[in-house]
Design a protein around this ligand. Structure first.
Ligand SMILES: CC(C)(COP(=O)(O)OP(=O)(O)OC[C@H]1O[C@@H](n2cnc3c(N)ncnc32)[C@H](O)[C@@H]1OP(=O)(O)O)[C@@H](O)C(=O)NCCC(=O)NCCS
Length: 145
């Protein structure tokens, strides 16, 4: 697997993974393009070597610099490639120098467990924040060496 910065050429592959992972809440193709190539963004993808495997992108992360904090917009891993440390690797490659903030559905057990394992702690709670009525947890972690 190859981990590299995302380009506009990854829009289709990331959009396909978005739809698989987030269904009705998936980013549109235009949003994916903006997230992968827009200002202040760090976007990384994990891909199989060219032409190998059924999917173009198996994992991705997008963060956005927001002053002295970095917002984590997305991290996603194809179901066939989970629990192999890909999300951990992507998050670390995306940057550890600044504090990081994120919002996650309180019902998303895998993501909550992942973020807790990566050192995030809950700092806020937004009732009914998501389309399915679930609450958002706001999580933060300090800058790491
Ligand atoms: C959350 C997600 C990104 C984790 O990706 P992953 O590549 O499987 O995670 P990693 O292999 O890097 O896991 C690192 C650690 O996080 C924790 N973790 C990850 N997934 C977990 C799960 N399902 N249950 C419990 N702990 C979990 C574990 O401590 C794990 O270490 P271990 O495997 O040595 O026990 C993945 O499940 C996913 O894509 N979910 C759907 C998309 C999503 O909800 N994204 C987050 C919101 S944007």
């Amino acid at each position: 697997m190859i981990l590299r910065p995302a380009t506009a050429g990854d829009v289709r592959g990331v959009r396909a993974l978005e739809r698989l992972l987030f269904g009705a809440d998936a980013w549109s193709a235009a949003s994916v393009r903006e997230e992968l190539t827009g200002p202040r963004r760090t976007a990384l993808v994990v891909c199989p070597p060219a032409g190998q495997g059924p999917v173009a992108v198996v994992a991705y992360v997008v963060t956005a610099a927001a002053g002295d904090v970095v917002d984590l917009h997305r991290v996603g891993v194809h179901p066939d490639h989970r629990r192999r440390g890909l999300a951990r690797r992507l998050l670390r490659e995306a940057g550890t120098g600044e504090p990081m903030m994120l919002e996650v559905s309180a019902r998303n057990d895998a993501a909550c467990a992942f973020y807790a394992a990566e050192g995030f702690v809950p700092v806020g709670h937004r009732p009914g924040y998501y389309r399915d009525g679930s609450d958002a947890l706001v999580m933060r972690r300090s800058a790491r060496a």
